[in-house]
Design a protein around this ligand. Sequence first.
Ligand code: KQY
Length: 368
Amino acid sequence: MTTLTSTPSADGFHMPAEWAPHSQTWMVWPQRPDNWRLGGKPAQAAFTAVAKAIAEFEPVTIGVSAEQYENACARLDQANIRVVEITSDDAWVRDTGPTFVINDQGDVRGVDWTFNAWGGFDGGLYWPWLRDDQVARKVLEIERCPHYRTEGFVLEGGAIHVDGEGTLLTTEECLLNQNRNPQLTRADIEAQLRSHLGIDRVIWLPSGLFNDETDGHVDNFCCFVRPGEVLLAWTDDVHNPNYERCQAAMRVLESVRDAQERQLVVHKMPIPGPLYATEEECAGVDPVDGSQERSPHVRLAGSYINFLIVNGGIIAPKFDDPMDAEAEAILQRLFPNHRVVMVPGREILLGGGNIHCITQQQPAPQQR
Ligand code: KQY
């Protein structure tokens, strides 16, 4: 399909909130041995559990390489899960997949952002990343979805959250990072977000979670739970390296108004851990020049914020941590009309992200 040369906003499209009805969720199968230990086998089991949990609520399509096609089909042989062949470099479809936008008639289109593996040659996590940069286009072609391409404007889906009513949440640590769009000012970046996502106001948190290898993606730190209400990762422990980050985010969230001029209600979510990879887990990752090193001394950026909202459900990570039960209770209280399903998230965390990072929702074609 041809790439559209206008912008979503000019064409009357905007990014809906994650809680708007979905037609399906996309995932990509993990196999990269320099990111996933033991040739990706434990990660494949973890992704399978996530896919099956989502499939209880809505259809899932998972992209998989030719080499892994039969294995993935065998593991994912279940109603509501479709396996399609998509070559990729890794498995973070939140960042490599499209951001879907809708209009008032219920038409769905997609934005295909430029992807540079979270920083290109200035702190990026691997090279090459060309196949990952092609994932969004492949997804949109499979769906026959008209698409926009932001050639040269780098953005990952995990760097943004929207409320569907004009407000976008992001972090300066990521979007103003010199390794994404060094030629652009904050105002230029806001203009790109407005024109491609149909938003009116950007809320800039200073940073994301400590040691997040994406340069502080907001989806691991803070999200909307409904218009006017956000959920923020939180610690009261002054010795936690996240303490100042949480305080700084709270100062912003308490002082801003959203696009509808509402003051935000801020809910707090405890941070699990401290969590670390074991020596054995690190040893299972192939050391490759230019890929992210793994060390048992580096604190993992574990977070319960990294959950996905699906039709009638919340799919959230658990870490075999004392905070798991409290996190589940908080999510169930904040989403009384959804069923909260906690799925083991440690294996995904070892690869550098969690459930929100490995999923991408496609909105249902709904009229307003
Ligand atoms: O968290 C994400 N959105 C992506 C993390 C990528 C990690 C690659 N090792």
